[in-house]
Design a protein around this ligand. Structure first.
Ligand code: KG4
Ligand code: ZN
Length: 335
């Protein structure tokens, strides 16, 4: 069989990324231009600035990816691009770049849902075995997704309010840590001790849903009350206690769901999958279970990238999915 090369483009938030994946599983080029520095002083991603940076970067990132793979556009079989969810102006830059390339080089075009991308980042490490459960933890999503076959996604649990990454970023902001706060809390947590028993929202007994807004408010209130009483709380201990609460709920629910649905693999996806505390706890919980295989991507494939878009795009392309010239950015596209 001939080798298949899919080019992926991702611009849904604050990373401009292009990657090339061979035969759905082999990463041969992966370029990410991060804008984090430009957004830092605003404490979050500024949509207008994000779009402008994507416009400036997308061609350069594409050229670098082709160079890394030592390929030209003629050798690419199809172009996969994130069509949503994300910031509409940011998405449009990637979608239009993909359309222009598809038109100029007469290549098929495939739209990819961003979360499907995060899940498929794992296939760059190991072939999927179904049924599988994916724990998706990013800045915008916290979901447990059951997959019985390629391209089929059944949401069995999701957050009712804040996403895990969002809770990290908001707590970090309260602690006056730079944006994005997740990695800073993670680092501090390892220097501190769990001294406060913050709440865990288990919700109804049989629910795989999540809720993090109560935890977030509890951290904010604890800090506020301590300040009023003149009590000094160690930042490291707040971080450790908060992280313990998040990691406990995520890992416990993921394990319970994995057993209930009798899955063969559990895969972790999204920016919060980079969290050291979460990785360690999942490895501890799943490690001794012979019936289950746990996959966690390396750090550079946890946060936004285009390798995951090319990996998910390969499956969609081979299943016959094609996008037309009317492909548009869809900020609230669901799985
Ligand atoms: O998947 P991602 O790159 O973008 C979205 O699609 O949302 O996830 C970004 C989120 C941010 O909220 C960031 O704070 C969080 O992932 N994050 C972390 C860590 N690294 C990134 N959260 C906790 N611990 C980390 N080490
Ligand atoms: Zn993402």
């Amino acid at each position: 069989m001939m080798d298949q090369y899919i080019l992926g483009i991702e611009t849904s938030c604050d990373e401009t990324a292009v990657a090339i994946v061979k035969n759905g599983t082999e990463l041969i080029a992966n370029v990410v231009a991060s804008q984090i520095e430009s957004h830092k002083r605003f404490g979050g991603v500024v949509p207008e600035i994000a779009s402008r940076h994507h416009v400036e970067q997308v061609t350069l990132v594409l050229e670098e990816a082709l160079e890394q793979a030592d390929m030209n556009m003629e050798e690419i079989d199809a172009i996969a691009v994130t069509e949503g969810p994300g910031l509409v102006g940011a998405l449009l830059v990637g979608v239009n770049a993909a359309k222009a390339l598809a038109f100029a080089y007469q290549k098929p075009l495939v739209g990819v849902q961003h979360i499907a991308g995060h899940i498929y980042a794992n296939r760059l490490m190991k072939e999927f075995q179904f049924p599988l459960l994916s724990l998706v933890v990013s800045g915008g999503h916290t979901e447990l997704i059951l997959m019985k076959e390629h391209g089929s996604f059944e949401v069995i649990g999701e957050t009712r309010d804040d996403a895990a990454g969002e809770a990290y970023d908001k707590v970090a902001r309260t602690l006056k840590l730079p944006y994005p706060g997740g990695p800073h809390i993670d680092r501090l947590a390892h220097e501190g001790e769990v001294t406060i028993d913050f709440p865990r929202a288990w919700l109804e007994n049989d629910s795989f849903d999540f809720s993090f807004s109560g935890l977030k408010s509890s951290v904010i209130n604890t800090l506020h009350n301590a300040k009023q009483k003149g009590i000094e709380l160690k930042q490291e201990d707040i971080a450790a206690s908060f992280q313990e609460s998040v990691v406990d709920v995520l890992s416990t629910k993921a394990y319970k769901a994995a057993k209930q649905y009798g899955v063969k693999q559990v895969i972790v996806a999204g920016g919060v999958a980079a969290n050291k505390g979460l990785r360690a706890r999942l490895e501890e919980k799943f490690g001794s279970d012979q019936e289950l295989e746990l996959l966690i991507p390396p750090l550079h494939l946890c946060t936004d990238n285009a390798a995951m878009i090319a990996a998910a795009g390969t499956v969609a392309f081979n299943q016959g999915h094609r996008a037309g010239w009317d492909l548009n950015g869809n900020p609230s596209l669901s799985l």
